[in-house]
Design a protein around this ligand. Structure first.
Ligand code: 5GP
Ligand code: ZN
Length: 114
């Protein structure tokens, strides 16, 4: 997608601090971190929202969750845990229309988030 900022990060057209990448998934640091660890995990395929997911995307979405655990383990935070959360649509204040999960860790995380 030409005008998608996350697709531009995937294509290395704009810079990002990438911490994990495989054939399906990329994880990079959020520009405005809300926690000591605040990463964005995205599918490399441009999928705007959960409403656009198709059956064939099941593997990609599963791989995002596997990547989340892997990254947290590599950061040495597995004993503390993390939060994986995705904003979808207006009420959740989704700004970037390319599915992404926020991976937050490194501090106690309040629930509910607000
Ligand atoms: P959401 O769409 O879930 O509300 O939030 C999008 C997130 O993407 C925000 O936390 C914002 O800080 C982050 N973000 C927006 N543009 C960029 C960018 O160009 N680079 C990076 N690393 N993060 C971005
Ligand atoms: Zn995109």
């Amino acid at each position: 997608m030409q005008d998608c900022i996350f697709c531009k990060i995937i294509n290395k057209e704009i810079p990002a601090e990438v911490v994990y990448e495989d054939g399906y998934v990329m994880a990079f640091k959020d520009l405005k971190p809300e926690a000591p660890v605040h990463l964005l995990l995205i599918p490399k395929k441009h999928i705007p929202t959960f409403f656009d997911l198709e059956e064939e995307d099941a593997e990609i979405m599963g791989r995002i969750q596997i990547a989340a655990g892997r990254v947290i383990r590599e950061l040495g935070l597995a004993d503390r845990g993390f939060r994986l959360i995705s904003n979808c649509g207006r009420d959740a204040e989704q700004i970037v229309m390319h599915i992404h999960y926020h991976l937050l860790a490194g501090r106690p995380l309040k629930w509910p988030p607000g």
